[in-house]
Design a protein around this ligand. Structure first.
Ligand SMILES: [Mg+2]
Length: 415
């Protein structure tokens, strides 16, 4: 076997972080170093804290990173739904990168091998007020080679238009109240405006390309159903996160009421978080973010569980090429995978240049090629680009983190 190191003697010696801004949002790169000169890279979910990763350092120092599942089980108690999972998931990515490098195999091999050589990507596109303009922007994406699109539709399109939205006073100005509790409803006139908008988009892009829609806004289930039924005529790829994922019974009602695939999952942590949605067959597309769902191996397990329930898996992703490549390996290794998100299409050249040893741009003709190189597939980070994307308000990239070396806690979850 041609190994990059002596895997059975590999030990973790350090964990450091670098805060990025603009790739495309705020996220934290993780670097785990070893006693054999190889390093592994991961990333904390966009919007998460450096501390989510650093608090795990004392719990993995001195351990063999190739024991990915054992270390994951040790640290997973320090994750939770949404951004709070960022440290656990980022460390898992870095362990998979290291294990792959140690054994000289791509990370997808450690997840059981691959089902495909190229990963289909869909791109987000920020909103235009006018439907025809939005259609033209999406058309440009198609001209760039994208074969799967996503846009926003919902309360945002109705802002400032009279008689479109019913709302208790002040409720449209807050985003911290869950959808069923806002009392916000959409009127028939509002639904008409949304339909005109999507019709104008479809007029430009045609009806043959998948177009997913997201960010409906915080309205109650009954308005979601009315909007969903009205938009069914446009055969959209999915309705995303119409209501919070916690309300599986409401998702079941929604799925039964409309004829478009229903999608959620980007904030759910671990396979067990998806169990109720799967058991009820409450969605048609599950949409984990690997930086919240538990990393590469757990996301494959989630995809496999979804497959048994007849549910497809798309992947949410709004981070740097590090998390993108971790997602590529999970996507390659999961049979019911459909499509992977990308938020950096308007800055693709610069974004792709953050890592070395992979094609620039990373997305070609709407796909990312599954690399055959070890670990996550890139040879390292481009230091100049890390400095360019570094958050000016954060400590220096990959500076010392010795204050996180000592464990001063008893982690056992049972007595
Ligand atoms: Mg979303």
């Amino acid at each position: 076997m041609n190994t990059a190191s002596r895997p059975s003697e590999l030990k973790i010696t350090d964990l450091r972080v670098a805060s990025l801004k603009g790739a495309p949002f705020r996220s934290i790169l993780i670097r785990i170093d070893t006693n054999q000169g190889i390093s592994g890279y991961g990333e904390v979910r966009d919007g998460g804290s450096r501390d989510y990763a650093l608090t795990l350092k004392s719990r993995i120092l001195g351990e063999n990173p190739c024991n990915v599942d054992r270390l994951f089980r040790r640290i997973k108690q320090f994750g939770h739904h949404a951004r709070q999972a960022g440290g656990v998931c980022g460390v898992e990515m870095a362990l998979m990168d290291l294990a792959g490098k140690a054994y000289g195999v791509p990370a997808y091999m450690l997840a059981g091998g691959k089902f495909r050589d190229r990963i289909l990507c869909y791109c987000d596109t920020t909103s235009e007020p006018d439907g025809a303009d939005m259609g033209r922007r999406l058309r440009e994406r198609m001209d760039d080679g994208f074969g799967f699109l996503k846009m926003d539709i919902g309360l945002g399109n109705l802002k400032g238009r009279p008689d479109c939205v019913i709302s208790p006073p002040g409720m449209q100005q807050t985003n911290s109240i869950m959808h069923p509790f806002t009392g916000i409803q959409v009127t028939e006139k509002g639904i008409g405006v949304l339909c005109e908008y999507v019709a104008a988009v479809r007029d430009v892009i045609g009806y043959e390309i998948p177009l997913a829609v997201d960010h409906f806004g915080h309205m109650g289930l009954e308005s979601c159903i009315r909007v969903g039924k009205a938009l069914d005529q446009f055969s959209l790829a999915w309705y995303e996160d119409m209501i919070p994922w916690q309300f599986a019974d409401q998702y079941e009602r929604l799925s039964h009421a409309v004829d478009t695939p229903i999608c959620t999952g980007e904030d759910v942590y671990l396979k067990e978080g998806f169990a109720d949605l799967f058991a009820r067959r409450a969605i048609a597309v599950v949409h984990p973010d690997l930086a919240s769902s538990g990393g590469i191996l757990e996301t494959k397990r989630i995809g496999d569980a979804a497959q048994e329930a007849g549910i497809a898996m798309a992947l949410h992703m709004a981070m740097s090429p590090v998390a993108a490549m971790a997602s590529v390996h999970a996507a390659a290794a999961t049979e019911n995978f459909m499509v992977l998100e990308n938020h950096s299409v308007d800055d693709l050249q610069r974004w792709s240049s953050l890592v070395e040893g992979l094609p620039v741009p990373l997305i070609e003709n709407g796909h990312i090629a599954v690399p055959e190189t070890p670990g996550l597939g890139f040879s390292g980070l481009n230091d100049d680009m890390v400095r360019e994307f570094a958050d000016p308000d954060a400590p220096e990239p990959f500076g010392p983190t010795d204050e996180w070396n000592q464990l001063a806690a008893h982690d056992r979850l049972w007595s």
